[in-house]
Design a protein around this ligand. Structure first.
Ligand code: F6R
Length: 236
C-alpha cells in the first residue's frame, strides 16, 4: 500500500483529482473508472467539475445504490452522481445499479457481469468509520461479488445526514463485493477527518480480517491512499 498525507481536506481533493486526471490523460481510449458516493469524493468531484478535461473516452461505474430508491429519488446515488459530477462532466457512458428493481439479487448479478465485462482500470473509494468499503459491512466475505447487503445501524446513522430522518434511510443496498473491487487494476482511497482515523489505522496496520473489510486492500498490488492529517492521526 502506498499513501500520502496532506494537511487539509482541500488539498486532499486537489491531490486525488490530479491522480485521477493523470490516469485519464495517460490512457487515451477505453478507460473505465469506478466511482464512489458519500462525502469523501465530493471535493474531488468539485475539482473535476471545474476542470475542462476531456472525458469522452471514459466510462464510469459506481459502487452501489440503495435498494428501493428510484434513479430520480433525491437521495438515490443516481441523483447524487448527477448533482455532483454527471451534470457537469460528459462521460462516454455511466452506470450505477438500479435500486428500484423488483429483484435486487438479479440486478446484483447483472451489475457484477457488467463490471467484470468493462474491467475497472481505476477504482475511487471512501471508507466507512466501521471499515466498510462500498457497502461491504464487517463480516462480508473477502470473495463477495456484487450483492444485496443489509446496512448496519452505524452506517444508516452515519448516512442519516443525507435524509430527513433515520427511518428514511434504506435498510439495504446493492453493492459491488470485495472480490469485485479487488479486480480493479488500481485503487485510490480517500479518507478525511478524525471520524475515519480508527478505520484507517486498522486498514493499514491491522491484520487482514473481515472484521475490517478495507483490510483486504493490503492484498492488492496497486493501492494509493490519500489521507488528511486527522484521518492519519492514529497511524504509528
Ligand atoms: C459510497 C461508498 C461508501 C462510502 C463510505 C464513507 O458509495 O462506497 O463506502 O465511501 O460510507 O462515506 P463518507 O464519505 O460519506 O464518509
Amino acid at each position: 500500500m502506498k499513501w500520502m498525507i496532506v494537511e487539509k481536506a482541500e488539498a486532499l481533493a486537489q491531490v486525488t483529482y490530479q491522480l485521477l486526471k493523470n490516469e485519464i490523460q495517460r490512457q487515451e481510449e477505453g478507460l473505465t473508472i469506478g466511482l464512489a458516493t458519500g462525502s469523501s469524493p465530493v471535493g474531488v468531484y468539485e475539482e473535476w467539475c471545474q476542470d475542462t478535461l476531456d472525458c469522452s473516452h471514459v466510462t464510469t461505474v459506481n459502487l452501489d445504490e440503495y435498494v428501493g430508491l428510484s434513479p430520480t429519488h433525491p437521495q438515490s446515488y443516481h441523483t447524487f452522481m448527477k448533482e455532483h459530477l454527471f451534470n457537469a462532466v460528459a462521460f462516454k457512458k455511466s452506470y450505477l445499479p438500479f435500486g428500484d428493481t423488483e429483484d435486487a439479487h438479479a440486478e446484483s448479478e447483472r451489475y457484477e457481469h457488467l463490471v467484470r465485462k468493462l474491467g475497472v482500470d481505476l477504482q475511487l473509494l471512501g471508507i466507512g468509520s466501521n471499515g466498510h468499503i462500498a457497502f461491504n459491512e464487517p463480516g462480508t466475505s473477502f470473495d463477495a461479488t456484487t450483492h444485496v447487503t443489509k446496512l448496519t445501524e452505524s452506517t444508516r446513522e452515519a448516512n442519516q445526514r443525507f435524509f430527513d430522518k433515520l427511518e428514511d434511510v434504506p435498510s439495504h443496498a446493492i453493492t459491488m463485493g470485495l472480490g469485485t473491487i479487488m479486480e480493479a487494476k488500481k485503487i485510490l482511497l480517500v479518507a478525511s477527518s478524525a471520524r475515519k482515523a480508527e478505520a484507517v489505522r486498522d486498514m493499514m496496520e491491522g491484520p487482514a480480517t473481515t472484521d475490517c473489510p478495507a483490510t483486504i486492500l493490503q492484498r492488492h498490488a496497486d493501492v494509493m491512499i490519500v489521507l488528511d492529517e486527522e484521518a492519519a492521526a492514529l497511524l504509528s
